[in-house]
Write a protein that binds this ligand. Structure first.
Ligand SMILES: [Zn+2]
Length: 204
């Protein structure tokens, strides 16, 4: 089935279930919002999914890129919590695009994570606790998800690329964003369209 897997915006990820213990090299930062990039740590969802957060160090790599987190190394439990939050976020993204109905469990999950980072007054201004621990980083992700869903839900899209499952935020005003990457899915879609036109039989 390898030939059915489409090319991707960066290096091809390992095929599903391949024996590989490091997924961090395949992270993408193309969605337009780190929350959505986080959901995109599962690639090829239409093909059963390729998990990029395979081991706790993958989570550390993602969090440190997103938040500069310097906490203790993640544990297996941290990894399970992160994946669980990610799928709850994705449920909400799909709800925002009309592809799913709202899942109360997903909302509860998000709210529980949000409660991990209370707003505090530091004497001069209000601030949220910095994302220096895994729990705070996941909480920050949940809070950022809430902000995205509250203010920009109508900008959330799924890539139009054939078989591509990447989620993205369309922030463009002039031209709607349809693909995760023009270089990958955009060009591939155009090539497929061109091929299908040129192989259609003449009708006269
Ligand atoms: Zn795509």
């Amino acid at each position: 089935m390898r030939d059915r897997i489409p090319p991707l915006p960066s290096r091809d990820p390992p095929v599903a279930n391949a024996a590989i213990d490091q997924g961090a090299q395949y992270f993408l930062w193309v969605a337009g919002d780190p929350v959505v990039d986080f959901v995109n740590t599962v690639r090829l969802r239409h093909h059963g999914g390729v998990e990029l957060l395979r081991v706790p160090s993958d989570l550390d790599a993602w969090l440190s890129t997103a938040f500069g987190t310097t906490s203790r190394p993640s544990t297996q439990d941290d990894l399970i919590a992160a994946r669980s939050l990610r799928e709850a976020v994705d449920q909400c993204l799909l709800t925002a695009t009309g592809r799913a109905t709202v899942a109360p469990d997903a909302l509860t999950h998000l709210n529980q994570h949000m409660a991990q980072t209370p707003l505090v007054w530091d004497g001069e201004r209000f601030t949220r606790a910095p994302a220096t621990t895994n729990a705070h980083a996941l909480s920050r992700l949940a809070t950022d998800t809430a902000t995205l869903l509250e203010h920009r839900a109508h900008h959330i899209r799924l890539c139009d690329g054939p078989d591509c499952s990447l989620r993205l935020v369309d922030a463009s005003r002039a031209r709607p964003r349809r693909w995760c990457s023009m270089a990958a899915c955009g060009n591939r879609t155009k090539a497929l369209r061109h091929r299908s036109r040129s192989t259609q039989p003449d009708r006269d």
